[in-house]
Design a binder for this molecule. Sequence first.
Ligand code: ACO
Length: 355
Amino acid sequence: MAEEIIVPKGLVNVIVDKTAIATTDGNGNLLYRGYKVVELVEKKSFEDAAYLIVNGRLPDQKEKDEFSYKIRSNFGVDAEARKVIEILKEKDLMRALRNIVSFYHYKHTQVDDLMLEMAAKFPEFISLSYRLSHGLEPLEPIEGTYSERFYHLITGKKDPLKAKYLGMLMTLYMEHEFNASTFALRVTASTLADPISSFTTALATLKGPLHGGANSEILDFFKNFNNTEEAVRYVDQQIAKGEKVMGFGHRIYKRLDPRAQFVKAKLKEIAPDSKILQIAEVVENRMWEKKSVPANLDFYAAIYMDILGISQDFYTPLFAASRVFGWIAHYKEQLADNRLIRPSSSYSGPLGLKL
Ligand code: ACO
């Protein structure tokens, strides 16, 4: 029998494979294909970042135009998917998205095109599910950048500036090496399952409140605070009960999540007088004082999306619509050098029972 290696629970600090897509450097910066993500967000569009993640380098103008066109031309919902959305009329948009994606059937066999086509459809899947489940008329997509079209589909408004801010957040959400949903996708891909099955796995994993689902729970507790004292009391109570405060802690960032700090700085620019932002900073300080856990991206992202006028229903689906570009890159990377991911376990059940 081969030598057994016992790894920590939750695979904490275990390196399971190589990746050239993203990493965190020694100074705590998140890098996409070697570039600091906080610089990419300031200087490049969502489409540039998505191209970089999927193809491994930044596009020139022609490549960017072609890539943007590909995404734009695949934006719509076809009759088959529309039927599913109409039958489901599902208000939980992550449940809706997971079901629609898993149902999807592609006729063509070009895997790269297929994945991009799928990713391009996420905004419309989300928008149409929301509108039909709330008895609203579907929105016709507008012309414009990916973020402008997406912002319109989830708010019904045309606002290029807010759409630009949305695109920045989506770039921050796009990729984070072997996070839970991406790792789950890689496990599925490693069995040589198709990309649709792999995306379905990833969506199901992202939905959980310890991962992508956290961002949709954060405003719930903020709504109950009238002042900073109430917020501090809430934090203290959660900690006394041994319960988690959503939007805090991270497997990789133990001192500072650079994405959260970026969003906080943007919030100070966009809404310097926001009461919720003031309370958030007090909560952040209290969490550090009490538990030494930092605010993660989801914490400030929830407040940011609220200030951009985005309904809470869209928070986790919006994360999914960003991360799907990372999932495409990981699907391709896994298959480029595949070996079935299949760990072993240490059995703790009974032995030798007699029937
Ligand atoms: N609230 C209170 N205490 C926390 C929190 C939190 N949110 N997160 C971590 N801690 C504490 C733990 O209680 C533990 O303390 P202890 O050593 O005294 O027992 C210590 O910090 C280590 O925490 P673990 O849960 O062991 O850390 P792990 O790396 O396994 O978990 C996770 C990371 C799941 C993100 C965790 O911090 C958590 O549950 N956070 C809340 C959910 C959340 O915000 N998820 C979003 C993640 S970011 C993203 O997906 C973009």
